[in-house]
Write a protein that binds this ligand. Structure first.
Ligand SMILES: NC(=O)c1ccc[n+]([C@@H]2O[C@H](COP(=O)([O-])OP(=O)(O)OC[C@H]3O[C@@H](n4cnc5c(N)ncnc54)[C@H](OP(=O)(O)O)[C@@H]3O)[C@@H](O)[C@H]2O)c1
Length: 254
């Protein structure tokens, strides 16, 4: 397939590396120059081209700009009716994309994360995108969403990554204080948490794992009880995203 990426930054680099060795020809735009040059040197089939050429010569165009830049850049580009457009941009709703990328109509939004490079990345998408399925479905977890609001809720949930990693880092530091071995402490914490996460969770898997860690008076249950205020705060802070992500209050629907 002929693929194009407009905006060659962190998330483009992760996606292009995730497509390495799959026989696609890939055009990336020249900014960021260093990232574009690295990808062209590292991934066979990648070439650098001006934004106009990327759009004119791609069956699937990935939009990987900051949304405010996209509003200036995209209207000048030669989108056509028979190409697919996949946006990964935060703060660029579908209605805006439809007008910025006209006459293209096969437009979808997804939320890749940097681990897409190695596969296993969850990819919520709205509306469904056959192009995304074909390119990333084999190695990642495509999760079609029923609405744009449902997709946006995943953006809120994805913000959990940073505070969870922060907690893991704190536990690693605490463990290191007692062992004197930061590498082993980090290896232990990362492998331990990974061990509790199923590769492809089914509904109820997380609750089952938690139940197994709930022995009354045990260290797990004791620490969880002590951290209960943080759980309350998490719900409140996620709810604080409602206006920014244009989400309804789910309680108002029932
Ligand atoms: N990073 C993530 O984990 C992640 C995950 C999901 C979604 N996203 C979304 O993906 C988008 C890009 O994020 P990112 O983290 O990859 O940001 P980034 O690293 O800053 O990449 C944005 C790229 O756009 C380039 N650019 C600026 N003006 C341009 C122009 N006129 N034409 C072509 N390219 C231009 C920038 O080049 P210069 O450096 O030369 O300015 C930069 O390389 C954002 O909307 C973000 O919300 C990111």
């Amino acid at each position: 397939m002929r693929l194009g990426f407009i905006g060659t930054g962190e998330i483009t680099a992760a996606m292009v590396r995730g497509l390495k060795g799959r026989g696609h020809t890939i055009l990336v735009s020249p900014r960021n120059a260093a990232v574009a040059a690295t990808l062209a040197a590292e991934v066979p089939g990648v070439a650098i081209a001006p934004n106009e050429d990327v759009v004119a010569n791609s069956d699937v165009v990935f939009l990987c700009l900051l949304a405010r830049v996209a509003r200036e850049v995209l209207p000048t580009l030669p989108f056509c009716a028979d190409q697919s457009v996949i946006s990964v941009m935060v703060d660029a709703p579908l209605a805006t994309l439809r007008s910025l990328c006209a006459p293209a109509t096969d437009i979808a939004i997804t939320i890749p994360l940097p681990p897409i490079t190695t596969g296993g990345c969850p990819l919520p998408v709205y509306p469904a995108s056959p192009a995304l399925d074909a390119l990333f479905g084999a190695r990642n977890l495509i999760l079609p969403q029923p609405s744009e609001a449902a997709l946006n809720a995943h953006l809120g949930a994805s913000a959990l990554c940073s505070p969870i990693l922060d907690q893991l880092l704190t536990a690693t530091e605490w463990l290191t204080d007692h062992t004197g071995n930061p590498a082993a402490a980090e290896a232990y914490i990362a492998a331990m948490i990974r061990g509790y996460l199923p590769e492809r969770a089914q509904e109820g898997d997380l609750a089952t794992a938690l139940k197994k860690l709930s022995t009354e008076g045990g260290l797990n249950a004791t620490l969880r009880a002590a951290m209960a205020p943080a759980k309350q705060s998490l719900r409140q802070d996620l709810t604080g995203f409602h206006a920014r992500l244009e989400l309804d209050d789910p309680k108002a629907r029932t």
